[in-house]
Design a binder for this molecule. Structure first.
Ligand code: PHE
Length: 343
């Protein structure tokens, strides 16, 4: 017969030990272990209950009740300790995540379009408004497109090694956007109304030249295109871009047009009075143009008796310089943010 006093003693020391371990437990895992150590199916309370059958029948009720009370006390202590730990954790993470809404925000530097891109977009939009389509060609170009089909004979100075970057005898970096005329005319029949924007390359570098710059080619081909059409498209374009400026058309020479011309506008810097930028002439040269040469039509198998057309080419950097009063083209490609942020 087990002595009921002995079980009671064991119970009370187990209870006080359990309560003290539980109150000093400082994390959830430890609590979990304590729970199975004391209140689990194979825990110490369970093993005390196993001693009940060995007690005198009269004592079993009281001892059994004491054991159950102890178990409930242990479970209650586990629960309240676990709640207290959870509250501590919540408090700690709130403290850590505390947000000081009075701190100044982080400054985000906004990006923007490069001034050349902005001017290119503006020029493209004007021609899109006039019904032109956008065409593209490769920057690494064949001699045939860049020169031969454009009526530029083998000994023409534009082919000089000083101007053109060559990869080989017949492969080069295009020196203008005019080869796109040939590529478009080879692939479609008139009527054609197209512009070809893009980068071009020449071996040249000073305050008005960079080895890479941008041009926009424009051309229109159909059965009855005249110089008057060229003039009206260009006047419309230049007035949209520069406002009410004077426009002057001068005869000039390009092998792929006949007749050829250059277009000047009144100097936007001095309003035509004469200054350093217009070299005291009051005029600024703004683009080259002309009626497409019959030899160019022959090169793309168009009948020059049937079709006529005009073409023009303008430098985007030059337009940007005039529009913004910039006197050194190299500023566009130095990536100095103090310069770029102004646009
Ligand atoms: N391709 C010429 C240049 O780069 C410009 C031009 C284009 C002139 C079309 C006439 C007609 O200078």
């Amino acid at each position: 017969m087990t002595d009921s006093g002995g079980v009671q003693d064991k119970l009370s020391s187990l209870l006080s030990e359990a309560l003290s371990e539980i109150t000093s437990a400082d994390d959830a895992n430890v609590l979990q272990l304590l729970k199975s150590k004391y209140a689990g199916r194979k825990g110490l309370i369970a093993s005390l209950l196993k001693e009940l059958p060995g007690l005198a029948p009269d004592n079993r009720g009281a001892v059994g009740e004491a054991i159950n009370n102890a178990k409930e006390a242990i479970e209650a202590a586990l629960e309240s300790r676990s709640a207290a730990l959870a509250a501590d954790r919540a408090k700690a993470s709130l403290a850590k995540e505390r947000l000081d809404v009075t701190l100044p925000g982080r400054f985000i530097q906004p990006g923007r379009l490069h001034p050349i891109t902005q001017v290119m977009n503006e020029v493209e939009d004007i021609f899109l408004g006039l019904g032109f389509d956008i065409a593209e060609g490769p920057q690494v170009e064949l001699d045939r497109y860049n020169f031969a089909s454009l009526n530029i004979p083998k000994n023409h100075p534009a082919r000089d090694m000083q101007d053109t970057f060559y990869f080989s005898d017949d492969l080069l970096l295009r020196t203008h956007t005019s080869p796109v005329q040939i590529r478009v005319m080879e692939s479609v029949k008139p009527p054609i109304r197209a512009i070809a924007p893009g980068a071009v390359f020449r071996r040249d570098s000073d305050i008005t030249h960079t080895p890479m710059f941008h041009q926009l080619e424009g051309f229109m081909v159909d059965t009855n295109i005249s110089f008057a059409n060229l003039k009206s498209v260009l006047m419309d374009f230049l007035r949209q871009l520069f406002g009410e400026v004077g426009i002057r058309i001068r005869p000039s020479f390009f092998p792929f047009v006949e007749p050829g011309a250059e277009v000047d506008i009144t100097c936007v810097i001095c309003s035509g009075n004469g200054c350093r930028v217009c070299k005291e002439t009051g005029w600024l040269e703004i683009l080259g143009c002309g009626m497409i040469h019959p030899n160019v039509f022959k090169a793309v198998n168009y009948d020059p008796e049937e079709y006529t057309g005009f073409a023009f080419g303008l430098g985007i950097e030059r337009i940007a310089m005039l529009k913004y009063g910039i006197d050194d083209i190299r500023l566009f490609y130095e990536n100095d943010l103090r310069f770029l942020r102004q646009f």
